[in-house]
Design a protein around this ligand. Structure first.
Ligand code: 5GP
Length: 187
């Protein structure tokens, strides 16, 4: 067992703010896709908590609106990106999703958009799977280091220029299970 480190102290987005905003996003997505089938495409690993809460928020919007539905299917891709100060980050595909995306409405569920390189790479990959439509929902948008322009259809929060952890986001694989978003304090 490695040495125990203190939890990051500075909460940026509390659990209740996260859940309130995700409820709003779920209602908006439900309205936009009502009576259609939608493939929620989670980007592993950072989006898992957001993905799970968003999927339930879409269902809760349906409960409040009897008679209409959005039929959800879950799919996942896994990407890794290597950040280096001397060159733009290189993105690599670990798991590329399934053929099921062909001619389906796809909503990419991301944890955070930073440089935009991951999303650009994913967009190009998804085109090879021939989806009907592709939209993007990101919990966090940090636009300060953007290198490529990317279209984001649903955003939870725009955040300041600081490295964040929690609610799926890690630092060296730690902190993913915090129920809130925190700024990682340098120790
Ligand atoms: P991009 O390709 O847009 O630069 O970065 C996207 C990926 O980098 C995210 O999906 C996430 O995995 C990682 N990332 C970017 N910024 C942060 C951050 O502040 N905290 C953490 N934990 N991961 C980040």
């Amino acid at each position: 067992m490695s040495e125990t480190k203190p939890l990051p102290e500075s909460v940026l987005i509390s659990e209740s703010r996260l859940q309130d905003r995700i409820r709003e996003l779920g209602a908006q997505i439900f309205t936009d896709y009502e009576n259609q089938e939608l493939v929620l495409l989670g980007v592993l690993r950072g989006s898992v908590l957001f993905f799970a809460d968003l999927a339930r928020a879409i269902f809760r919007a349906q409960l409040a609106d009897q008679g209409r539905e959005v039929a959800l299917r879950f799919e996942f891709v896994q990407l890794v990106s290597y950040h280096d100060n001397t060159k733009p980050s290189a993105v690599q595909l670990i798991h590329g999703g399934s053929d099921y995306l062909k001619q389906r409405h796809v909503l990419v569920v991301e944890d955070i958009v930073d440089t935009g390189q991951t999303l650009k790479f994913l967009h190009e990959h998804l085109q090879t799977l021939d989806p009907k439509t592709v939209k993007v929902c990101t919990l966090l948008d940090r636009p300060f280091q953007r290198q490529v322009s990317v279209a984001i259809d649903y955003t939870g929060f725009e955040i300041p220029d600081a490295f964040v952890v929690g609610y799926g986001l890690d630092h060296a694989q730690r902190y993913r299970n915090l129920p809130y978003i925190a700024v990682l304090e340098s120790t």
